[in-house]
Ligand binder design. Structure first.
Ligand code: NAD
Length: 263
């Protein structure tokens, strides 16, 4: 533990259970002195999330469905009422239907499925950037979570890859719009990790295996590494970084061809 986040307050959106990336990030931020308000998707998650946040000495849990403007209005009003201003925001939210996360992107992407994936996984970040920035009059930092499927094709990732490409572009535009206010907006591109979301992707387990076997470090992406990058970007260590997509994937993203068999 340390004091890199001492005196900083912020919002973490997207803890669903103990495997959530948002949770890994939260533990590290709290260990460095951050105060965190958590938003969660709905009542059914409250019972699972409450003990987690209490275990790190936090108690603020606010329901927020990113598809519902009234819910988002209420959530950010509650945060404003609690603290007045914030210093950081973590967006760790995405969704696409199971039917879309398999087989052919061309065949399986319905208009409604596309709309929902883009709304929950991309528009929500733009919306949070606007709402968050209103609470950051003295500057701050925001991050969202992305994946290599934005840049390269990945089996089954499909419409989510399209959404992540848009999310990465939204990160750059938000960074541009908010930079002059001293708000740094960045994205972390994490390697495949065993979470609820990964379980929704056909062949998700094999994605993890390939990520590990092809990676430069020959290991799975570690939650502590992703959380460390979040800490870096959200603390003053990352002070000159804006509009960046930082890869935390054991070097997988630079590999064009995997190791060749011995001849
Ligand atoms: P997760 O399932 O634990 O987290 C996803 C979160 O999104 C959940 O907390 C869920 O409640 C929330 N969410 C979905 N719809 C919502 C809505 N309408 N309103 C509010 N919240 C909603 O899985 P995760 O892997 O921790 O995913 C977090 C982020 O990390 C996502 O953006 C995901 O795409 C990204 N990511 C994951 C991986 C991986 O391999 N797991 C890799 C790179 C990036």
């Amino acid at each position: 533990s340390g004091e890199l986040m001492k005196g900083k307050r912020g919002v973490v959106m997207g803890v669903a259970n103990q495997n959530s990336i948002a949770w890994g990030i939260s533990k590290q931020l709290a260990a460095q002195g951050a105060e965190i308000a958590f938003t969660y998707q709905g009542e059914s998650l409250e019972r699972r999330v409450r003990p987690l946040i209490e275990s790190i000495g936090m108690d603020t849990m606010i329901p927020a469905d990113v598809t519902d403007d009234a819910s988002m209005d209420a959530a950010f009003a509650a945060i404003k009422e609690k603290w007045g201003t914030i210093d950081f925001l973590v967006h760790s939210i995405a969704f696409a239907g199971k039917d879309e996360l398999q087989g052919s992107m061309v065949a399986n992407t319905t208009r409604e499925g596309f709309r929902r994936a883009m709304d929950i996984s991309v528009y929500s970040f733009i919306d949070c950037a606007r709402r968050g920035a209103e609470l950051m009059p003295d500057g701050g930092a925001m991050i969202c979570m992305t994946y290599l499927g934005a840049e390269r094709t990945v089996p089954s990732y499909n419409v989510m890859g399209v959404a992540k490409a848009a999310l990465e572009a939204a990160t750059r535009y938000a960074a541009r719009d908010l930079g002059a206010q001293g708000i740094r907006v960045n994205a972390i591109s994490a390697g495949a990790m065993r979470t609820l979301s990964l379980a929704g992707i056909r062949g998700g387990k094999s994605l993890m295996g390939t990520g590990r076997d092809w990676s430069l470090l020959k290991e799975d992406t570690k939650m502590e590494g992703v959380a460390g990058a979040a800490l870096y970007l959200l603390s003053d260590l990352g002070q000159s970084i804006a509009g960046e997509v930082m890869h935390v994937d054991a070097g997988f993203h630079v590999v064009g061809v995997p190791d060749l068999p011995d001849e």
